[in-house]
Design a protein around this ligand. Sequence first.
Ligand code: SME
Length: 156
Amino acid sequence: MLENKKENRYERLYAQFLDLTSVTENPVSRMATMAALLHHKMDYFFWVGFYLLRDGELLVGPYQGPLACQLLKKDTGVCWAGINQGRSIVVPDVHAFPGHIACDSRSNSEIVVPLTDAGNKIIGVLDADSRDFNSFDEIDAGWLEKMCALIYEKPQ
Ligand code: SME
């Protein structure tokens, strides 16, 4: 997607999500809403959802797209890299990422963004997969980080 078009699309999506967060503070409801928005409004988001830390394991949370792995083997793959490195990870070609976990063989590129709670502790990640190579970049990372920051945001 062209950079300008992508920026404009995210600006509108962010505004819509911000508006929707006024309905409830419940983080699971917000995660589900964010996944649905991205999946239905961004055509390259083949799969999008959350993986959440529970007792040292990374378990699937709200998502949209094909059936995904429920549990990700510890310290392996892109999601665990996002948790362990505490930063967003853009993967232009998943086949070149050591330890990448392929939940669906049609995915070719991916982005992972850490999800933090109200105390700024990492509690999981947002993960998105595309069927195309090179779908995600720093524009996606920036906006998805901003959207993730709304999951635990208190109403103003
Ligand atoms: N590819 C991810 C696993 C989750 S699926 O993409 C939905 C990983 O390597 O952690």
